[in-house]
Structures are given as structure tokens and as C-alpha cells.
Design a protein around this ligand. Structure first.
Ligand SMILES: Nc1ncnc2c1ncn2[C@@H]1O[C@H](COP(=O)(O)OP(=O)(O)O)[C@@H](O)[C@H]1O
Ligand SMILES: [Mg+2]
Length: 431
């Protein structure tokens, strides 16, 4: 029998040995899919009765599966019925009662997943979309002797389940994970090279994600994206509980009450020693002021100290009273952080960056706010390419309120007096 030669890029060589978990992450066109398809076919030729399942989180039709790629691979290596391979509409038969099937995890229940027990390989394509539930279903199911779980993906966020599993601080001991990009692919095709160059030219902000495998939120010019990734990897985003003995603060960015006005954003936090515990996040557009107050009350924050930016004292066209007096009448203690003057936005950004290593986030309740923090970025002059300060968009409100928290934390250390320094205090009921 003639020898089958499967040309393999060097980047994938570590994955040719057995391992419980195998992962390849990176940008488009790195050869991830071709590599695993080749390895799968090789194994089905090598091991009689081998059984594999090719998985996606969502698979509405077989067209979205790796089936076509595996068929192409069989054709390329001239593997057909004579060698024991037979392509059916839904499955591929392989030598000695072996089988390759194609499934979407979202079609599985905890019962139906049992049909995959006894499978030797599960290969998850586009694994950045894999949900926590799917990963938790899959891991114990694929458990026969010598079975392996393979993942190929272009990372989206550091807290996606596959990234947490294979690129987090403590990956499973039996895991081999490699990074592969277009530059590692000796067969990188010309058409993709053109696409790549166009992307670099026209979508420079997205290039790193699409082609180099960087997280999608790490925009060029993002102020806090790296800090968030760091927090994720240091497990500072997780279950964070309030300390019942400590004061709780609500840091506000005040929007308007019309549907076209800016959002109102609130972060709930506690200062516990040097640690900042971020417990909750709230955002609303076009709501009357008492909707915000209702949120505070109905979430158990009726005793929080409301910290407002300097415009909290101003009369807005839309409110009959100032936000500060409204809150005071509602029974809240309020504090105002004085206007930081010119460069206020950059001061807030610097303060947040300095404070970040001390911050812990309660994962479940702060997702929306963290998303904004990850997106908050510098606006660039498209012609001269110079920075124009923070872009004002959906993310600014969460970022401003978060910045207020950092400024307040700094001020808290130096100023505990009344009405001097950057903070103005008002007692409960004080008008
Ligand atoms: N082993 C290989 N032999 C020949 N061409 C390959 C091989 N691996 C990748 N390629 C080429 O590189 C392109 C990108 O590979 P692919 O596996 O689709 O990348 P990814 O899944 O990382 O986006 C393929 O369309 C194919 O043209
Ligand atoms: Mg692919």
C-alpha cells in the first residue's frame, strides 16, 4: 500500500501526539480547519471503528458543518469505498464500522447528549461560540479510554468558555494549545492575502481580531480592554459578594429623560480595604428620574451613598429639581465630585487604569457595564491619525460613572473633611 502523506504546517506539530484536550486559536486563514480535518481523516484510517463527532454550537444545516471539508479531504487523499470510506447524506462511514457525524450543541439536551458516549473524538469548530452549558455537557460525555476533545477558534472574548478553559490561568493538565495565524500557513491562498491587505487598510480596528486572533473587544485605542482581560485572567471577575458591614456607594453618570438623550449609568461598589468590589451595574435611556431610584430600592441599595458628578447639582431642563435634591428627598445621602476641569476625561481614564488591579467585579450583574468598559476607546482623526480623546458613544456613560468611582476613591484617601477638596458632601435630607 502506498504511503499517505499529509503535509502539515509546523505550527500544528505539537498536536500530532495524543492529548485529552487539543486547541488551535488564531485568525482567519491559518489552516486550523484543514489541519483538524486532515488529522481526523488520518485517525479514521489508522484506528478501526473510530468514532468522531464534529460539533458547532449552532448547526442549522449540514452546510454549516465540517462535512464538506472532510469530504474534500477524503477526495484529496483518494480515500473512497475501497479504503472503507463512504459518504452518506448525513454521516461518513469510515473503516471497520467507524463513523463521523455532525451535530449542533444547541440541539442537544442532557439526555440526548448521551448518544455521544463512546465517541473517540469531538471536534468543536468556531469554538468561541461554544456556551458554558455546551462545554459542560460535552466534557463528561466524551470519556471513553483515549478520547480527545479538539477545539479550533478565533477568540472573541477572554471570558468565553473555551478561552477560560484552554487559555485561562489553569488549563487542564492534559491540554496542548497552539496559536496559528495566516503567517503560519504555508498554503495561505492569494485571494485571502488580498482580503487581508484590504482589511488592514479599511478596517484597521478589526484587523487584529479577524487576522491575528486577538480578542474582538481589544479595539485599537481601547482604554480598558487589556485591564479587563487581565482581571479575567486573574480571576477578579467572578462571584463577588457585598460586605454587609461596609458602606455601599452608587456612582452616577446622569443622562436625560427623553428617549433621545444620553443614558444614565450607575455602578454599585464597596471599598473593602484596598479592594474595590464592584457589585452591580445599571443603565437606562429615556427614563424618568424615579425609575433610577426605584431600581436602587428594589435591588436593596436604599442605603447607598449616591456619588454624583458636578452636574448633579445643575438644573436640567427635564427635571423640576436637581438630581441631588431629588435623591436627597428620596432619603439618600449624596456626595458631589467637583468638576475636574480641563482634561477631566483623561484624569478619569488614568485613575481607572491605576485602580484596576484592585478591582473585583461580580460577574453576573456587571456584564453590560464591563462590555462598555471594554469598548470605550479613543476617537481618531481619520486623516491625520491623531487621537481626539474618548469617543462619545454608548460606552461613554458606563465609563464616565466608573471614572467617577476611581476619582472618588483617590479623593477619599486625602479628603475626609466637609465641603473642601474635590468632594462636596450632603447629609441625608440636607437641601
Ligand atoms: N494542509 C493544507 N494543504 C493545502 N492547503 C491548505 C492546507 N491548510 C490550509 N490550506 C489553505 O489555506 C486556506 C485556509 O485554511 P483554513 O483551514 O480554512 O483556515 P482557518 O480555518 O484557520 O480559517 C484553505 O482555504 C486552503 O486554501
Ligand atoms: Mg476555519
Amino acid at each position: 500500500m502506498s504511503k499517505l502523506r499529509i503535509p502539515t504546517a509546523e505550527a500544528f506539530a505539537p498536536l500530532l501526539q495524543p492529548s485529552r484536550y487539543k486547541g488551535v486559536w488564531g485568525g482567519r486563514g491559518s489552516g486550523k480547519s484543514h489541519f483538524f480535518a486532515g488529522l481526523l481523516v488520518e485517525e479514521h484510517l489508522r484506528f478501526a471503528g473510530h468514532r468522531s463527532v464534529c460539533i458547532r454550537e449552532v448547526q442549522k444545516s449540514l452546510k454549516q458543518s465540517a462535512k464538506k471539508l472532510i469530504e474534500d479531504t477524503l477526495q484529496k487523499y483518494k480515500l473512497g469505498e475501497a479504503q472503507g470510506f463512504k459518504v452518506w447524506r448525513e454521516v461518513i462511514e469510515t473503516p471497520n464500522d467507524g463513523l463521523i457525524i455532525f451535530q449542533g450543541m444547541q440541539d442537544h439536551t442532557s439526555d440526548s447528549i448521551k448518544s455521544l458516549e463512546g465517541f473517540d473524538r469531538a471536534w468543536v469548530e468556531e469554538a468561541q461560540s461554544l456556551s458554558d452549558r455546551s462545554l459542560s455537557l460535552l466534557r463528561p460525555t466524551i470519556r471513553s479510554d483515549g478520547s480527545e476533545l479538539w477545539f479550533s477558534w478565533n477568540p472573541s472574548r477572554a471570558n468565553d468558555p473555551v478561552d477560560m478553559l484552554l487559555r485561562g490561568p489553569v488549563p487542564p493538565s492534559d491540554a496542548i494549545v497552539v496559536r496559528a495565524n495566516w503567517s503560519d500557513n504555508p498554503w495561505f491562498p492569494k485571494v485571502l492575502e488580498q482580503e487581508r491587505l484590504d482589511c488592514k487598510e479599511n478596517q484597521p480596528d478589526r484587523y487584529g481580531h479577524i487576522w491575528e486572533g486577538e480578542y474582538a473587544t481589544v479595539l485599537e485605542g481601547a482604554y480598558f480592554a487589556k485591564h479587563l482581560t487581565q482581571a479575567q485572567h486573574e480571576r477578579r471577575i467572578g462571584h463577588v459578594a457585598a460586605d454587609p458591614l461596609m458602606k455601599t456607594y452608587a456612582f452616577w453618570d446622569i443622562g436625560g429623560s427623553s428617549s433621545r438623550s444620553d443614558a444614565t449609568a450607575i455602578w454599585i461598589a464597596q471599598f473593602v480595604g484596598s479592594e474595590v468590589r464592584v457589585l452591580d451595574y445599571y443603565e437606562a435611556v429615556g427614563q424618568p428620574f424615579d425609575a433610577h431610584v426605584n431600581w436602587l430600592r428594589s435591588n436593596g441599595y436604599e442605603d447607598t451613598i449616591c456619588v454624583l458628578p458636578h452636574d448633579g447639582r445643575k438644573h436640567d431642563m427635564v427635571y423640576a429639581v436637581t438630581p441631588q435634591s431629588f435623591l436627597q428627598e428620596a432619603g439618600f445621602v449624596t456626595e458631589i465630585v467637583r468638576n475636574q476641569g480641563a482634561g477631566a476625561a483623561m484624569q478619569r481614564i488614568d485613575a481607572v487604569r491605576r485602580l484596576f488591579p484592585q478591582i473585583r467585579f461580580n460577574e453576573e450583574t456587571t456584564a453590560g457595564g464591563r462590555e462598555s468598559l471594554g469598548w470605550y476607546h479613543e476617537k481618531k482623526d481619520p486623516v491625520r491619525g491623531i487621537g481626539l480623546g474618548p469617543e462619545h458613544d454608548f460606552s461613554s456613560h458606563a465609563a464616565d460613572a466608573f471614572g467617577l468611582m476611581a476619582i472618588y476613591n483617590n479623593a477619599r484617601k486625602v479628603d475626609d473633611g466637609w465641603n473642601d477638596g474635590p468632594i462636596v458632601r450632603g447629609l441625608k435630607g440636607f437641601a
